[in-house]
Design a protein around this ligand. Structure first.
Ligand SMILES: NC(=O)c1ccc[n+]([C@@H]2O[C@H](COP(=O)([O-])OP(=O)(O)OC[C@H]3O[C@@H](n4cnc5c(N)ncnc54)[C@H](O)[C@@H]3O)[C@@H](O)[C@H]2O)c1
Length: 252
């Protein structure tokens, strides 16, 4: 119960890594609002309620300020505070800059980067009122290293690492810590378009097992466990940093 009585918002929580973060937060005693625009969002929350957890779903487009403001108002009305924000939602549309449209570029930055600005801006005053909090941004190994034909995505993830550091400096005196998790390849549907572009899922997964020194892909719960650590008091002196959870990928 490392997050007992804390209130958390997790974006992109209808599936994949975000769902596991919401589940692990709830298992550690937090009340959790799962925010997503996916149709199965209510079912995801229902599956956690069935396990006895105190969670809610709120339909949210993290790229739209009015939607973000409504999410935070809902959380306050339901639970009265926000202690933890996991800025996890993102999209990944592959392509070099010659292959990407301006619309895709703007959408990638709106969902991946601007969302973290909008959400964090909305919760910081609430965290300040309650004596502090923890913001966990989702970066990527691509916050540190690039890959071919992923120009919008990798550059957005680089921006997230630096936004993390900027917010950490601005809010350190408010006892609000801001950190960033930087995963290697986690086997979720997020990577489907990437797989299609590079020879199909089976081919890619064989390659990933070689690229990751641990010899396998990473499980969503292995990212979620780090999100628990960063949200809890166990990481009380950690702020402004990116934590690589990449199976050794970037050690080479
Ligand atoms: N899967 C990986 O290999 C990997 C690696 C490194 C980093 N990450 C990061 O982890 C995070 C989660 O990835 P995942 O693999 O779980 O992806 P996923 O596609 O399984 O889940 C992403 C969720 O975000 C939601 N979402 C998308 N746009 C949204 C919007 N505008 N508003 C609200 N919700 C929105 C989707 O509906 C989905 O439920 C992302 O930030 C991603 O960049 C993933």
């Amino acid at each position: 119960m490392r997050l007992k009585d804390k209130v958390a918002i997790v974006t992109g929580a209808a599936r994949g890594i975000g769902y596991q973060i919401a589940k692990r937060y709830a298992e550690e005693g937090a009340k959790v609002v799962l925010a997503d625009l996916a149709e199965n969002g209510p079912e995801a929350a229902e599956s956690l309620k069935t396990l006895g957890h105190d969670v809610e779903f709120f339909h949210t487009d993290v790229a739209a300020n009015e939607s973000v403001v409504a999410l935070v108002a809902f959380t306050l009305e339901k639970y009265g505070r926000v202690d933890i924000l996991a800025n996890n939602a993102a999209i990944n549309i592959p392509g070099s800059i010659m292959e990407l449209s301006e619309e895709i570029w703007d959408k990638t930055y709106a969902v991946n980067v601007k969302s973290q600005f909008l959400l964090s801006r909305a919760v910081v005053p609430i965290m300040e009122q309650h004596g502090g909090g923890s913001i966990v941004n989702m970066g990527s190994a691509n916050s540190y290293i690039a890959e071919p034909r992923l120009a919008a995505y990798v550059s957005s993830k680089g921006a997230i690492l630096m936004l993390t550091k900027a917010m950490a400096l601005d809010f350190a005196k408010l006892n609000i810590r801001v950190n960033c998790i930087c995963p290697g390849w986690v086997d979720t549907t997020f990577n489907d378009a990437h797989c299609d572009l590079f020879g199909g899922r089976d081919e890619i997964l064989k390659m990933i097992d070689d690229i990751h020194p641990i010899g396998r892909t990473i499980q969503p719960v292995e990212i979620a466990n780090v999100a628990v650590f960063l949200a809890s008091d166990e990481s009380s002196a950690i702020t402004g940093t990116g934590i690589l959870v990449d199976g050794g990928l970037t050690a080479k």
